[in-house]
Design a protein around this ligand. Structure first.
Ligand code: SF4
Length: 465
């Protein structure tokens, strides 16, 4: 069994996980539906947002240079990092230059991607996550399993037990109590920190602004209390201007959490000036880490992703296996493109295969990213040695021969239908018939209809040839 299959089997066997995933994804989906119903011209906004993101990406080099110029005009220090190692080293150098000892962090998928926390701890720096979900993930020595809901895989009882074990507080499974405990612990961390690190949801080219959205207010604490603020931003996160930003904010909040707007939208325009509150220095690190290679190829459209997580919530695969099974930072349909794109298809070829290609991801994506097209492209490009087993290849070749011979196809499918109905009548399909036991362990195999679609079509006077 491959490691991926191993992780999937493990996830499918975890009934608590499947319950937690089902509840959370259904809730997020219902909220999204209701939030979009309140947005006038939602479809037109999605079209405009998609087109302007594609335009920005088509001229990304120029846009990055403009963005850098504006950032510097705003008083920010700008750094470029070709990969994760360079980005991590840059953060450590900044910390050393400012004699930093304690760091508070707001949620950043990019910092997960480049394993920033490990690099900071190796440099003897103390780092504390301050987003509630990320704080719990850090307490558990775990990894986020959803772009927006990092602890989607945990129940509130799990969180209560974890806090009890790690923080020596009385057990509780009341969300308010648990949030209160985290708030109290984090308050002192904010006050003690010398450096704040955040990601960026968007970088606005026209104004050199960094936009950060959070729901807990921790983003504001991280960006204003410590004397130094470091922003890690992927080079694809640019938007042209504030009018575009407004559109993305409307789409992001609705798609991610079903809100009209996130509770806190922070726009950072450089270090503090005069008597303002805020950091003395703002460092912005523009991180490539494989993105420019994606930009030049078939997966370029994936860089338009605004990390709302909506495609995860509708994906029948994600909803069953959760984020950890994907094996890397980005999960779900978009993760199955980004991970092979950033890290290479030869190691990550199983991810694009883990899709039903139902198209729900594209339908729900606020910027209409054509995820199924890219998944198919990746499957097509999968190196031959890592393609399907010989048995499956032979079966597909056989199907290719039969599918172009209508009479044989009809005869064999009738036979197959009769045989499966026979097994179903004897109760063998879901229990003891060896070839199907593995298949039906985690899937429904419906009893075939008595008549095929073609036969029913013919009965109604249609031409079946
Ligand atoms: S691909 Fe689309 S739906 Fe999925 S996370 Fe990105 S923006 Fe959201």
């Amino acid at each position: 069994m491959s490691q991926f299959t191993d992780r999937v089997v493990h996830a499918l066997d975890d009934h608590k996980l499947s319950g937690a995933l089902k509840n959370a994804t259904n809730l997020l989906w219902a909220r999204r539906l209701s939030a979009f119903s309140s947005l006038e011209n939602a479809e037109a906004i999605r079209d405009i947002a998609r087109n302007s993101k594609i335009e920005i990406l088509q001229d990304l080099g120029e846009n990055l240079l403009k963005f850098e110029k504006r950032l510097k005009e705003n008083g920010c220090h700008v750094h470029w990092a070709i990969d994760g190692e360079e980005a991590n080293n840059t953060v450590v150098e900044i910390a050393q230059k400012h004699a930093v000892k304690k760091i508070v962090k707001a949620k950043s998928m990019l910092s997960e991607e480049i394993h920033l926390n490990e690099a900071l701890m190796a440099a003897d720096l103390r780092v504390v996550e301050t987003d509630l979900g990320e704080y719990i993930v850090q307490l558990a020595d775990d990894h986020p399993s959803h772009i927006i809901v990092p602890i989607i895989h945990l129940t509130r009882e799990d969180v209560g037990q974890l806090m009890h074990d790690r923080l020596s507080v009385p057990f509780s499974d009341e969300p308010e109590t648990l949030a209160g405990i985290a708030r109290e612990k984090l308050r002192q961390e904010f006050l003690d920190a010398d450096m704040g690190i955040t990601g960026a949801n968007f970088g606005v080219v026209e104004t050199g602004s960094i936009c950060l959205v959070t729901n807990e207010g921790n983003g504001r604490m991280v960006t204003t209390l410590p004397k130094v603020h470091v922003v890690l931003i992927g080079i694809e996160k640019l938007v042209a201007n504030l009018a575009d930003l407004d559109r993305y904010l409307k789409l992001l909040a609705r798609s991610a959490t079903g809100q009209k707007l996130t509770a806190y939208t922070t726009i950072i325009q450089g270090p503090r000036r005069g008597k303002e509150s805020g950091p003395e220095a703002v460092h912005v690190i523009l991180v490539d880490n494989g993105r420019s290679a994606i930009l030049g190829g078939d997966l370029a459209e994936s860089l338009a992703c605004i990390r709302c997580g909506a495609c995860l919530n509708v994906c029948p695969i994600y909803k069953n296996i959760g984020g950890h099974a994907y094996g890397d930072t980005y999960a779900g349909p978009i993760g199955s493109i980004i991970t092979p794109g950033l890290k290479g298809l030869s190691t990550w070829h199983e991810l694009p295969a883990a899709s039903t290609l139902c198209g729900a991801c594209q339908e729900v994506c606020p910027v209409r990213i054509d995820i199924p097209r890219m998944l198919l492209k990746l499957r097509h490009n999968t190196p031959l040695k890592s393609k399907a087993s010989l048995g499956l290849q032979l079966a597909m070749m056989g199907f290719g021969v039969i599918a172009i011979m209508p009479k044989m196809y009809k005869g064999l499918t009738s036979l197959g239908r009769w045989f499966l109905r026979l097994l179903a009548a004897d109760g063998w399909i879901t229990s003891s018939f060896p070839p199907l036991r593995g298949w039906t362990k985690v899937r429904d195999l419906k009893t075939p209809a008595r008549k095929s679609f073609q036969e029913m079509w013919q009965d109604r006077g249609g031409n079946h040839e």
